[in-house]
Design a protein around this ligand. Structure first.
Ligand code: SF4
Ligand code: SF4
Length: 314
C-alpha cells in the first residue's frame, strides 16, 4: 500500500518520500540552542509556538504519521539581461512553489483519506511551526549538510520540502536516517561570503544573505551589498559549492533589466510577479536591494563584480 503512495508521489515530481512518527524532533535541542544564540536575526516568529515544534501532533490532534516529501527545483538561474540574478528557487515565471506544493500534496492527502477511511490530514508547506528538515532526516530522505540544507542522495539540496500529517496509522517501514556524506568537505563554509556558516550545520541567519535580501525588513548596508555579487534576492553560493548538486550554472533571462525593476510600480509588479516567489520579498525590498547594489534609475544599471569569498568564519 505504501508503495502505491510512493509511486503516486514520484509521479507528481517528488524525488524522495519518507515516513516518521510525529514525536519530539531529533534536532529540537539544537534548534533551541540556535535561538538562544540569537542566530535567527529578527525572525521573532521562530521563537513562538515552541510547544508545537516540540510536539507536531498539536498541529493535527490524533496524528500518527508524518510524511516528508522533497521535490527538486530547476537549477537554471533567473537573470536580468544586464547580469543580475535571483536565487534559483525564486522563479519569476512560475507559480509560487508554496502554492504548487500545496496543490500537489492535496492529491496525496486525498489518496490517504481514501485508503484510510476516517483518516484526517494536514498539509504543511512552510506554513506551520515544524522542524521539517529534522523530520525529513529522520524519515531517511537525506542528511543535513554543513550548509544546514537537507541533501537528498543523488538529487542534492535544491529541493522544496513539504509534509503531510495524518491521523492514519501508516505501516512505517524500518528505516535508518541517511549517512552523513559531507565527510571532511568544507566547500560550502569556504564559499559563504557572509561568514554565515559559523560552524558545521549552524547557519547564522542574521548574517545570511538569503535572510538579509528576503526576510529582513531593513535596508541592505553597503558592506553587505558588496558581498551579494549579482544576486539581489537570496543567495545560492553554499549550494553551488556543494559537490552533491549538479555542477555548472545556466542563466536564463527571465527578468527585465535591473533599472526597469527599479522603475516598476506596485500594480505593474503584481501583474508580472504576483503569485510568484518574488512576491515574498516584494517590490519594495527588491528595489531596496537593487539600490544598495548600485543600480540607479533611470539609466543603465551598474553591475558590481562578485567579490572573492572571504572563507569560513573564524
Ligand atoms: S552562502 Fe549565502 S545562502 Fe549560504 S549561508 Fe552563506 S550567505 Fe547564506
Ligand atoms: S559543500 Fe561539502 S560540507 Fe557543504 S554540504 Fe556539501 S558536501 Fe557537505
Amino acid at each position: 500500500m505504501l508503495s502505491d503512495f510512493i509511486r503516486l508521489a514520484r509521479s507528481l515530481g517528488f524525488a524522495a518520500v519518507g515516513f516518521s512518527r510525529p514525536g519530539r524532533p531529533l534536532h529540537m535541542d539544537a534548534f533551541i540552542q540556535w535561538l538562544r544564540q540569537g542566530r535567527h536575526g529578527e525572525m521573532g516568529w521562530l521563537e513562538r509556538n515552541l510547544d508545537v515544534r516540540e510536539d507536531p501532533a498539536r498541529l493535527l490532534p490524533g496524528s500518527r504519521t508524518l510524511i516528508s516529501l522533497a521535490r527538486p527545483y530547476g537549477w537554471d538561474k533567473p537573470a536580468t539581461p544586464d547580469g543580475f540574478t535571483v536565487s534559483r528557487y525564486a522563479r519569476p515565471d512560475a507559480e509560487d512553489y508554496h502554492q504548487e506544493l500545496k496543490r500537489l500534496c492535496r492529491g496525496l492527502a486525498a489518496w490517504i483519506r481514501e485508503a484510510f477511511p476516517g483518516g484526517k490530514t494536514r498539509i504543511c508547506v512552510d506554513s506551520a511551526p515544524l522542524l521539517e528538515r529534522s523530520f525529513a532526516f529522520e524519515a531517511g530522505l537525506g542528511w543535513i549538510g554543513k550548509n544546514g540544507m537537507l541533501i537528498v542522495p543523488g538529487t542534492g539540496s535544491r529541493v522544496f520540502l513539504a509534509e503531510i500529517l495524518t491521523t492514519a496509522d501508516l505501516p512505517i517501514p524500518d528505516r535508518q536516517p541517511a549517512g552523513d556524506l559531507c565527510g571532511a568537505c568544507t566547500r560550502c563554509m569556504d564559499a559563504c561570503p557572509a561568514g554565515a556558516l559559523a560552524a558545521p550545520r549552524v547557519v547564522d541567519a542574521s548574517r545570511c544573505l538569503s535572510y538579509r535580501t528576503i526576510e529582513w525588513k531593513g535596508e541592505v548596508d553597503p558592506e553587505t551589498a558588496g558581498l551579494m555579487g549579482d544576486c539581489f534576492v537570496g543567495c545560492d553560493r553554499c549550494q553551488e559549492a556543494c559537490p552533491h548538486n549538479p555542477l555548472g550554472e545556466i542563466r536564463r533571462i527571465l527578468l527585465p533589466p535591473a533599472g526597469e525593476l527599479l522603475q516598476m510600480d506596485g500594480p505593474a509588479f503584481s501583474d508580472r510577479f504576483g503569485g510568484t516567489a518574488l512576491a515574498r520579498p516584494g517590490l519594495e525590498k527588491i528595489q531596496s536591494n537593487l539600490r544598495a547594489m548600485g543600480v540607479r534609475s533611470p539609466g543603465p544599471a551598474r553591475r558590481i563584480p562578485r567579490p572573492a569569498p572571504h572563507g569560513a568564519p573564524g
